[in-house]
Ligand binder design. Structure first.
Ligand code: TRP
Length: 337
């Protein structure tokens, strides 16, 4: 019998992160720290979604600084730029072009139903621009350009992934199979980190400063935010997210960062008070963030290295993006160059 010579292509992962401020500890625990481990098994693309960011008004200098910082952070959390394709969305012009094509295959009604659009237009009532409305189409293009099999997304993006699949299926139905239909990727290890001030809500960088830990927060800031973290009027340390959301959140941060089991952790705090718990959580956060911050500052001091990373990333990304874009354009009926 013939040996099977086909080497299976690794499945491809694409994810995007907006450079709108420093990511939080929640982004790190829920998503970013898993990215490093995916590189062996998957073909990974991580895109800094700067085009998405301008759906909300941005200050130019700040956008530029935050975008560069985001790249340095991706490197600092351990993403190897050889193994992973790291790039800025705005450096690969095919994203904007694909978004235009897909806009013509997406219905107003579909976009009006998007909960994020409804939330954001309520929040930015003075700037409900068309980009905000078609944001999910740009995101669909991001994913489809790379023929991604899997997309790691948080709960707030599942609706966008769903619409991406609908658009892709619609296009494929009209023109034969152009796009891979992506699926969500949900890491097993993804603990959900809640706000330190309102622990029934997800930790978010758009909430007041004291309610989240930023990946670049200094040890002093981490300790201060921990001291102020909301708990409850009891004294017992136990994991009970429903009745004790604040304490439970601190416990799950502790578990997520140490890898210890909840039972062991709760037992080890059995004779201790909330102050001890807060100190211990602050310690493990600082231990986690310190090496990342050291690396971050090292990368930020080496602009020419960062530049070489983003250039290489854009070249690798655009080669693949161009293949998909020209295929789609040909199917639609545009005259070939
Ligand atoms: N919209 C995503 C967010 O705000 C970021 C994003 C842009 C993205 N393009 C993507 C995520 C493609 C996954 C895949 O979180």
């Amino acid at each position: 019998m013939e040996p099977t010579a086909t080497v299976q292509r690794k499945k491809r992962i694409l994810s995007g992160i907006q450079p709108s401020g420093t990511p939080t500890l929640g982004n790190y625990i829920g998503a970013m720290r898993n990215w490093k481990m995916l590189a062996d098994e998957y073909d990974c693309f991580y895109m800094i979604a700067d085009l998405h960011t301008i759906t909300v008004r941005q200050e130019p200098a700040k956008l530029r600084a935050q975008s560069t910082q985001m790249l340095a952070l991706l490197l600092a959390i351990g993403l190897d730029p050889e193994q992973n394709v790291l790039f800025f969305q705005s450096h690969v012009h095919q994203h904007a072009e694909m978004a235009w094509l897909l806009n013509c295959f997406t219905y107003m009604g579909e976009m009006s139903r998007m909960t994020q659009f409804k939330d954001k237009s309520a929040k930015h009532a003075d700037n409900i621009n068309c980009g905000l409305f078609t944001y999910p189409v740009l995101m669909a293009g991001d994913i489809l350009l790379y023929q991604a099999d899997l997309v790691p997304v948080g709960a707030d993006q599942t609706q966008h992934l769903e619409i991406c699949r609908d658009i892709a299926n619609r296009f494929n139905g009209l023109y034969s199979n152009v796009f891979t239909i992506p699926e969500g990727y949900y890491p097993k290890l993804g603990a959900r980190v809640m706000s330190l001030q309102e622990p029934t809500r997800k930790m978010s960088k758009s909430d007041p400063d004291d309610s989240f830990i930023g990946l670049l927060d200094t040890p002093d800031v981490v300790r201060r935010k921990m001291r102020r973290a909301v708990t409850d009027s009891e004294t017992e340390i136990r994991y009970d997210p429903e009745n004790k959301p604040g304490v439970s959140n601190l416990l799950s941060i502790y578990c997520a960062l140490t890898g210890e089991s909840m039972d062991n952790v709760v037992a080890s705090f059995s004779s201790k008070g909330y102050g001890d718990l807060k100190n211990a959580v602050a310690d493990v956060i600082i231990d986690t963030l310190s090496p990342i911050q050291t690396e971050f500052h090292r990368y930020m001091a080496d602009k020419s290295y960062l530049e070489s990373v983003w250039r290489t990333g854009a070249e690798r990304a655009s080669r693949i993006a161009e293949r998909t874009l020209s295929k789609a354009m040909k199917k639609i009926g545009f005259v070939a160059k």
